[in-house]
Design a binder for this molecule. Structure first.
Ligand code: SF4
Ligand code: SF4
Length: 445
């Protein structure tokens, strides 16, 4: 397996852009006719349906597809379910896409207010897991993860995106309230707020340690924060959660605070829109709003071969439909004109070594890419530290041959994960077949 753990780095030349101290309030963009919510397909699909086309839903209502399904989404509008259909996302991720036609008048759901009058962890997980910022709250109650530190991201991990930086600047009271709630319900004392540059000095009263990080990309990626702020190296193949550290965004933390201040589940998401001319705007819109509605608001036309990226320019993912909705974790949307888009090519590697020099984990990327191109993923993991990759995208960015290294890496990790899951499933089935049942034992006896 893996030989090398994540280790030191040289400072990259690419800098995060810090937002000005005073920002205008985000533009409000309302969805025009409908929203679409992606429900993770991990419930018991054979259980009785809990939701059907034609059902009415209220704003802030928790909705599941199957009875007793722990997975849920929160309706961001008041309206009528118009369709429920399977949807395949990146790398085979599957969802049920729940489309809701919006009613003219809004009705706020009161289940959260009735059921979770005082903050407690079970209630927070049960009602606030679909908040803007997509907090992974269930890890806080998982006895296997043993979380001892919560890191609040008051900065954004990709370039050009300023969503969480703006939240810290403009909604500090809500962030502070969210931090207090998280401390009370988890008992975790070590809570750290991450900011970029010098922007947060003097905010020690918010109930968390405040740590400024370097402005050189990729300093705001969780693995880099683990190393540079917490002094812990995440071993290859492990996650920050495995190390007992839970990362939450400032937006999610503020949303937890607001949920209890307002007695209403927040359903609107802040995101940074970067248009073809490079202009950045902060937008507030309902989760599930089709991106077409946002682009139409600003008169942005999408032509053939233009690109729309969710996330950011370095590590984001392309979106191919204007009907694609804003997700709870869509912190940024970047529109790139075809003339500015970075194209990949089938030129061979020329061994220039740029990817190796830029890689923060010092992977021999030029060797790794040979195995990835050949589809030899296990060898790539065993011999060339695939799992040491922290997915910063710098190697693809600098590659003179325009090899889509980063995309190869993501695909390889996905394929290996899929193979491991299928192997585990086969083993489970074989074990079940070979183990005698209680009834069979009784008969034999
Ligand atoms: S994406 Fe590329 S540069 Fe970044 S850590 Fe992975 S291999 Fe290294
Ligand atoms: S940057 Fe591209 S061309 Fe240069 S060594 Fe790396 S993979 Fe090869």
């Amino acid at each position: 397996m893996l030989k090398k753990s994540f280790f030191g780095l040289s400072r990259s030349q690419i800098e995060y852009e810090l937002l000005p101290a005073r920002l205008p309030e985000p533009d409000r963009v309302a969805p025009s006719k409908k929203v679409t919510l992606f429900h993770t397909r991990n419930g018991n699909q054979n259980a009785p349906a809990a939701l059907q086309v034609g059902d009415k839903v209220k704003t802030g209502q928790k909705i599941s597809l199957f009875a007793d399904d722990p997975a849920y989404v929160t309706s961001s509008v008041t309206g009528t379910i118009s369709s429920i259909s399977p949807y395949s996302g990146d790398f085979g991720k599957t969802y049920n896409a729940i489309a809701i036609n919006i009613d003219e008048s809004e009705v706020l759901d009161d289940q959260f207010k009735k059921q979770v009058q005082r903050p407690d962890l079970a209630g927070i997980i049960d009602y606030l897991s679909f908040l803007p910022g997509n907090p992974q709250l269930s890890v806080l109650s998982d006895p296997e993860t043993k979380i001892h530190t919560i890191v609040i991201m008051g900065t954004d991990s990709d370039l050009l995106i300023g969503t969480n930086q703006a939240i810290v600047q403009s909604r500090l009271d809500a962030v502070q309230k969210g931090i207090g709630i998280l401390r009370d319900v988890t008992g975790i004392e070590k809570i750290i707020l991450i900011t970029a540059g010098e922007s947060m000095q003097g905010y020690g009263h918010i109930g968390a340690q405040v740590k400024n990080i370097d402005t050189a990309y990729p300093a705001a990626l969780p693995h880099m924060i683990m190393k540079n702020v917490l002094g812990e190296v995440v071993p290859a193949g492990k996650t920050c959660t495995d190390m007992g550290v839970c990362f939450l965004t400032a937006e999610a933390t503020a949303a937890i605070g607001n949920a209890f201040s307002d007695q209403q589940i927040p359903v609107r998401k802040i995101l940074t829109l970067v248009t073809k001319d490079g202009k950045q705007r902060l937008i507030e819109t309902a989760i599930g709003t089709p991106i077409r509605d946002i682009l139409d608001t600003y008169g942005v036309s999408i032509n053939e071969e233009d690109r729309i990226i969710f996330g950011g320019p370095m590590a984001g993912s392309a979106v191919y439909s204007l009907d694609h909705p804003v997700m709870p974790d869509t912190d940024g949307m970047v529109v790139i004109d075809r003339s500015d888009a970075a194209y990949s090519s089938d030129y061979p590697c020329i061994n220039c070594g740029d990817c190796v020099r830029v890689c923060p984990t010092q992977i021999q990327v030029h060797m790794l890419v040979r195995f990835l191109e050949a589809g030899q993923y296990e060898e790539a993991a065993d011999s060339y530290d695939l799992y040491s990759c922290i997915e910063c995208g710098l190697c693809s960015f600098v590659c003179v041959s325009k090899i889509p290294i980063f995309q190869y890496i993501r695909l390889a990790k996905y394929e290996l994960e899929r193979a491991a899951a299928s192997e585990a499933m086969d083993t489970m089935e074989t074990t079940e077949e070979t183990e005698p049942t209680e009834g069979a034992e009784a008969t034999d006896a």
